[in-house]
Unconditional design. Structure first.
Length: 255
């Protein structure tokens, strides 16, 4: 009984430390993120064709649902045509909004989710309830952690996901491809991260994930060739895997 109580106290201590680090990082990045947030709100507000923010229900830690925020990058009139990835229909968005999606700046409002304690900086991406219903056991394991703004699966799957889903011209096929080809790989990477976390090896990995996230956003914003990506090292469980990339973040074979 005493050992169980000690484990529970240790888990609470870890969660408290994680929460303090999340809030500290929000404060440290505010001089950069706050002007960008307000600037994007002003620019997107000029469209006058609907709300600036896109709000949807997502599953958080232990399956608890919460309101998830992004900048709205699609036209409201095309709601019926939307699938998992809307990049396969370029007419759904403007060039500026497509740039927002490519640079991931459309995800910036999730800082509010971090402040509210619904998300962390690093963790699995919060899934929609319908995907949790399809992969119930897998998400039960993955969502023991608080979902994150970025993570190992986010870094490794972003370009691959775009490549897979951009080849379809209807939402049904796009949805089927996402469920069949993307979600299982993302879950595998999320579990690899958890395996490292259980082994106490996540501090350096978290530092690398944050560094690589900010670096790739900067490259996408400022680089003349937005498809350029650098070489990355990823520790997947006990095995060290190298992913070499040039025009895409990774290839399917590397996953």
């Amino acid at each position: 009984m005493g050992q169980v109580l000690e484990l529970m106290q240790a888990a609470r201590f870890v969660r408290f430390n994680r929460r303090c680090l999340d809030l500290a990082l929000v404060l440290l990045t505010l001089p950069i993120t706050l002007p960008v947030l307000f600037g994007l709100i002003c620019v997107l507000g000029l469209r006058r064709d609907g709300p600036v923010f896109f709000v949807s229900m997502r599953c958080g830690q232990f399956g608890t649902q919460f309101r998830f925020y992004k900048f709205r990058t699609l036209r409201l009139s095309d709601d019926a045509a939307r699938g998992v990835s809307d990049g396969f229909q370029p007419h759904l968005t403007s060039p500026f909004c497509a740039w927002l999606r490519r640079t991931r700046l459309d995800e910036l409002p999730q800082i509010f989710n971090i402040l509210r304690g619904e998300m962390s900086w690093i963790g699995p991406r919060p899934p929609e309830p319908r995907y949790v219903a399809l992969f119930r056991q897998e998400y039960a394991d993955v969502l023991r952690d608080k979902p994150g703004l970025t993570g190992l699966a986010t870094l490794m799957m972003h370009r691959y996901e775009d490549q897979v889903l951009n080849g379809f011209d209807n939402a049904g096929d796009c949805e089927a491809a996402y469920v069949r080809r993307c979600i299982p790989k993302k879950l595998k990477l999320d579990r690899s991260y958890q395996a490292n976390k259980a082994g106490g090896r996540t501090f350096l990995m978290d530092c690398w994930i944050l560094y690589e996230t900010f670096k790739r956003i900067s490259q996408a914003v400022f680089a003349s060739n937005p498809g350029y990506q650098t070489v990355g090292w990823f520790r997947l469980g006990p095995k060290l895997t190298k992913t070499r990339t040039k025009n895409t973040l990774h290839s399917e074979a590397s996953l």
